[in-house]
Design a protein around this ligand. Structure first.
Ligand SMILES: [Fe+2]
Length: 357
């Protein structure tokens, strides 16, 4: 139905980044399994852990998602495409710290404790717990980095097909110590050129897609939505928008100002080498799989090219002490989490602390 951006250079083969969950008698990843996961996170910037949640646990997680999606008073994430959310192409909701929500995320945190505490002190903040639902007609995010020093976890509660669009990641683009020494000392330059090249394609793809939607009416797109997705002044860093490509937006991921004379010369000089230096993979996680990634790796949430919604649970955990203002400006904590902050340790120990068993 839609042009296929992934005919470019995106691989769906994620076998090199996968680890099968191996649980001990306490239902936690075994030390050996946790070590394998950490090795991927260190080297690749992320790991895909299969069979992490059982079917029953996925069903319980899905109940949390569905309860959130029908809640008229639900809060909406500030760090998603606001245009997509406005037109109900996406529904990204920070979750309140209710018992069902905490039970779901404490299970996840306890099971992955040996991995999470390798990166995050048990005293550091849980920044956000949310549901991420994407529907047909959503846009493709630009390739971007989230604020640094955070560990992010996505949990797939149902099988995610290629058309539904699992997360896209660029392995080894996390800024580990000395990453700039890669590729003959051009690691940093190549990464920036690679990101620009990818985002040029993504902008072109998104614009072609919205025009196709307009023509095919599958799904239906209103004139107002078409205008907003192409020309409007609605500030939206992840939306294909010609206005904000030409006008420097306050929080730009991609615009014409990225293409100064020096960058253009570099693209001519090193464009091919940069394109070959890094690659994109798209996850198609099976039900019960989690994806753990460093927030500063290059990644993108693709569009949903099917009529089946894509559901993810998401938790973001600080890898350092975080200033309260930076927290609010970089993530979307639910108001209940803001008023009663939780640490990773609180979440791991949740049932024992609350008496909610
Ligand atoms: Fe992101």
């Amino acid at each position: 139905m839609f042009p296929n951006i992934h005919a470019l250079d995106v691989s769906y083969d994620t076998s090199a980044f996968e680890v099968a969950a191996d649980l001990d008698a306490n239902g936690q990843l075994t030390p050996r399994c946790a070590q394998q996961v950490c090795e991927h996170i260190d080297r690749d910037g992320f790991a895909i852990v299969q069979n992490f949640l059982s079917n029953e646990e996925c069903a319980a997680g899905m109940e949390v998602v569905q309860a959130a999606l029908v809640d008229r008073d639900r809060e909406h994430s500030a760090f998603a495409s606001q245009t997509d959310i406005h037109y109900r192409r996406r529904d990204f909701c920070p979750l309140p710290t209710t018992k069902p929500v905490l039970r779901t995320f404490s299970l996840l945190a306890r099971r992955a404790e040996r991995v999470l505490t390798e990166y995050c002190s048990s005293l550091w903040a849980v920044l956000e717990m949310s549901t991420l639902t994407s529907y047909a007609g959503s846009s493709h995010q630009y390739l971007h980095r989230d604020p640094a020093d955070v560990l992010c976890v996505f949990a797939a509660l149902d099988d995610v097909s290629q058309e539904q669009g699992g997360t896209i990641l660029a392995p080894e683009t996390h800024p580990y110590i000395g990453f700039h020494r890669e590729h003959g000392g051009k690691g940093d330059l190549f990464m920036r050129l690679f990101q620009l090249q990818c985002n040029m394609r993504i902008m072109r793809y998104n614009l072609r897609k919205v025009i196709n939607l307009w023509k095919s009416r599958k799904p239906m797109i209103s004139s107002e939505e078409f205008y907003d997705r192409v020309f409007s002044k609605r500030i939206d860093e992840h939306q294909p928008n010609l206005y904000y490509f030409l006008i420097k937006s306050p929080n730009p991921v991609f615009n014409i100002y990225k293409f100064g004379p020096r960058t253009l010369i570099r693209l001519v000089q090193f464009g091919k080498e940069a394109a070959a230096a890094y690659r994109l993979i798209q996850t198609c996680p099976k039900k019960g799989t989690i994806i753990i990634y460093r927030s500063d790796i290059l990644h993108a949430g693709p569009d949903n090219r099917s009529n089946k919604p894509r559901y993810f649970l998401n938790i973001n955990i600080a890898r350092d002490f975080i200033h309260p203002e930076a927290w609010k400006n970089g993530y979307s904590p639910h108001s209940s989490l803001l008023s009663t902050p939780m640490t990773l340790g609180d979440l791991i120990n949740y049932p024992a602390v609350s008496g909610d068993t």
